[in-house]
Design a binder for this molecule. Structure first.
Ligand code: CTP
Length: 422
């Protein structure tokens, strides 16, 4: 398989901007008066950094080199056979090193334009790239991209690239929220550049707010999406995941061991294949997959209500949630106190969501799930027909590598005419 070539050139060039900004900021503390406001949290960090003789760099700012190593490692871990960084990204340390000193901080260290012949760097490094990601992207480079400026290696290479492009902004919250930056991002989007929105968090400048570089997993998902085919583009996929909790009183509920891993993994893959994915999830600690609409519910009744409201316009529905079959018929508003030695609960049957949608389907292809402990295939086949599924995935709870909370699974696929063991 041919590896995808990812251009990560931006990291080191952006270092130049950042190092300059930090250095200037530290210098500004020499001024007296109110002209330069330094947030207290930052002052403390600068003090720490000065003690460490580190040019006053903010320790919380992830050093760009470290970030690059982290992304490379994560890309490899995700699929080493699929991705490789453009070789140029390896050579960019020269920029990062130069940016450490104020003398060079504001300059491009390599003159890209005095090269002769056909080896022009900003053209060469992108000609075979499958994806170009700018991470972290400053307000400055976003503005350059939006307006087609090409006055350094990064902006020139980005303009020259014809592969899918991604921008992952990271900056001060006010710079990010500034109308100018937002308009520039809108322009970038209109050029089909994917924006991986920053998160809310503690920023390198000491402020709190939106501007924190997004999670690395989201960056990788964006890269994977940009470099994959999208056979499900335009399709709607609805997936249920996790357990339901059937509340008894404000502190107790009836539930099961489902972790949600299966449904969340399916949602991620469906999105990577290009579908618009809605994930209706019971309580789960799984991370929301990138660009998937996650709707959180607690009880089976809540899940039923949500499934119904999305069902009509779905093309595929995958019911991987472990829905509670029964719920306490009475809910106590106050904590139930222990009294007698024996305690009886009256339970009522929940709606079987899969059966309901199986009965009412129009254009939808429906996939059910089943977990069995005995007569696995026979029970699953009965469920397949009873619930009017198009496909049913069954796993045996007692098989090694299958069941709740595992990262692996062993399943059989049941359709009308065959059983396929995976
Ligand atoms: N399911 C559902 N609504 C319910 C119960 C189950 O939609 N109230 C769905 C599950 O999401 C799954 C399939 O039905 O896709 C089979 O679930 P399972 O718990 O294995 O089957 P049950 O019908 O509950 O049968 P049993 O518990 O008796 O095995």
């Amino acid at each position: 398989m041919k590896k995808k070539l990812i251009t990560l050139l931006s990291l080191s060039l952006i270092t130049a901007n950042m190092a300059f900004a930090e250095y200037a900021f530290v210098d500004s503390s020499d001024f007296t008066g109110d002209a330069f406001f330094t947030p207290p949290a930052l002052e403390e960090k600068q003090e720490e950094a000065k003690k460490a003789n580190d040019f006053g760099r903010t320790p919380t700012l992830p050093p760009i080199k470290k970030l690059r190593i982290k992304i490379k490692k994560a890309l490899k871990e995700r699929d080493a056979r699929k991705y490789e960084l453009a070789p140029t990204a390896e050579q960019e340390d020269v920029y990062a090193a130069g940016a450490e000193t104020s003398e060079y901080a504001s300059k491009d260290l390599v003159d890209d334009f005095d090269e002769t012949g056909y080896q022009i760097k900003h053209i060469n490094i992108v000609k075979d790239a499958d994806c170009f990601i700018i991470v972290p992207a400053t307000a400055n480079i976003i503005a350059k991209v939006a307006h087609g400026l090409a006055d350094d290696v990064l902006s020139s290479a980005f303009l020259a690239a014809t592969c899918p492009k991604i921008i992952a902004p990271a900056m001060n919250v006010h710079m990010y929220e500034n109308t100018a930056t937002q308009k520039n991002l809108d322009i970038c989007k209109s050029y089909h550049i994917k924006i991986v929105e920053p998160e809310i968090g503690e920023l390198a400048c000491g402020y709190q707010g939106r501007g924190h570089l997004s999670d690395i997993e989201d960056l990788l998902d964006a890269i994977e999406y940009a470099t994959s085919p999208h056979p499900l583009a335009g399709k709607h996929v609805l997936i249920t995941a996790g357990p339901t909790q059937e509340p008894l009183d404000p502190v107790r509920f009836i539930s099961n061991h489902s972790s949600g891993k299966m449904g969340y993994a399916l949602a991620k893959v469906a999105r990577q294949l290009g579908a618009h994915v809605t994930l209706i999830s019971g309580p789960s600690s799984q991370r929301a997959p990138y660009e998937v609409d996650v709707i959180k519910i607690q009880s089976a009744q809540g899940m039923f209500k949500q499934v119904l409201s999305y069902f009509d316009f779905q093309d595929y529905v995958i019911m991987s949630a472990a829905v509670g079959d029964y719920r306490p018929l009475e809910y106590s508003n106050q904590k139930i106190k222990k009294k007698a030695d024996e305690f009886y609960l009256k339970l009522g049957k929940n709606e079987d969501i899969l059966s309901y949608i199986g009965k009412h389907k129009t254009k939808q292809t429906i996939c059910g799930f089943a977990m069995e402990t005995e007569n696995v295939i026979e029970n699953a086949q009965n469920k397949f027909f009873k619930k009017n599924c198009d496909l049913l995935v069954v796993n045996d709870l007692f098989e090694d590598g299958a069941g709740f909370k595992t990262d692996t699974n062993k399943v059989a696929l049941i359709t009308k005419n065959f059983v396929d063991y995976l």
